[in-house]
Design a protein around this ligand. Structure first.
Ligand code: C2E
Ligand code: MG
Ligand code: MG
Ligand code: MG
Length: 280
């Protein structure tokens, strides 16, 4: 490709860089427009009590509904939004939308369920973060006991010391805290003990090969026992097969989430599902 260029390789590289910069600027403009034009949408994936088989909560998962490109999954724009800082207004929108939704369910007489919201590392670097959460809780009027904030284990690993006081402040607002993708990040058990968390979410990577992968069985059981011993609730994510669910239930896991129960749903589909019992 470079040979087709008549200029020097230096010229070629700077052209390439320009193209990359241009692409990123285009993406940034499109993402800003998406925010202005309500093209961001929350999908909701049910969390199910493994014993009783009822829906006990949902995880809010963002999608970008692009009129030209269709539904864009979070991994295709959240990392970019984190680099540019756009993640801050996006995260605010996610939190506000999720909290309003819980209030709406309460007002329309539906049984309230817990809503889990994914946080980004960038929010923890924002000095206004905790007071923003407090503001959203207050102006939506949501009871914080229905709000769960998810942070990934890898976020913790990167800046545990900075995050710890913020986690305590969040906790004081009455929300619950979950560690997402747990087991992949090698967090120290000593730290885990200090942290004001309520939930461990077993990473999908371990659930995938249950009940056949011997190591995965051992690791999953260990995480479940660890959670129990620390008085935490434990959620397994990425459950696709009934055998995985059985193994997890028999190992004492409280809550399951995955395609076996439901894919992430639009608000309309979730509300329909909530008004009917689960099949099976
Ligand atoms: P996560 O928080 O670990 O969310 C779970 C992901 O696993 C979701 O992908 C979900 O659709 C997918 N999943 C659920 N059950 C199954 C299953 O049975 N099998 C398989 N193969 N996958 C399953 P999604 O929605 O694409 O989100 C990916 C990641 O993007 C999330 O991982 C989270 O880290 C991030 N994310 C999503 N929404 C937000 C948001 O509002 N804010 C921030 N900061 N990050 C978000
Ligand atoms: Mg999550
Ligand atoms: Mg996860
Ligand atoms: Mg995950």
């Amino acid at each position: 490709k470079a040979k087709q260029q008549t200029g020097s390789s230096c010229h070629f590289f700077s052209q390439e860089l320009n193209q990359q910069a241009q692409k990123r600027m285009d993406l940034e403009v499109r993402l800003r427009k998406a925010m202005q034009h309500d093209q961001l949408e929350l999908y909701y994936q049910p969390k199910v009590c493994l014993k009783k088989q009822n829906i006990v909560g949902v995880e809010a998962l963002i999608r970008w509904n692009d009129p030209e490109r269709g539904l864009i999954p979070p991994l295709d724009f959240i990392p970019f939004a984190e680099e540019t800082g756009l993640i801050l207004p996006i995260s605010y929108w996610v939190l506000e939308t999720a909290c309003k939704q819980v209030v709406n369910w309460q007002q329309t007489g539906r049984m309230p369920i817990k809503i889990a919201i994914n946080l980004s590392a960038r929010q923890f670097q924002d000095p206004g973060f905790v007071s923003q959460v407090e503001t959203v809780l207050q102006h939506t009027g949501v009871d914080p006991k229905w709000v769960e904030l998810e942070i990934t284990e890898s976020m913790l690993m990167e800046s545990m010391d900075d995050m710890l006081p913020v986690l305590h402040e969040l906790k004081r607002l009455g929300v619950s805290l979950a560690i997402d993708d747990f087991g992949t990040g090698y967090s120290s058990l000593a730290y885990l003990k200090q942290m004001p968390i309520d939930v461990l979410k077993v990473d999908r990577a371990f659930v995938k090969d249950l009940p056949h992968g011997q190591n995965d069985c051992a690791i999953t059981r260990t995480i479940i026992v660890l959670a129990q011993q620390l008085g935490l609730s434990v959620v397994a994510e990425g459950i696709e097969q009934i055998e995985q669910a059985e193994f997890l239930t028999n190992s004492g896991c409280d809550i399951g989430q995955g395609f076996l129960y439901s894919r992430p749903l639009t608000l309309m589909d979730l509300e329909e599902k909530l008004s009917r019992p689960l099949p099976g």
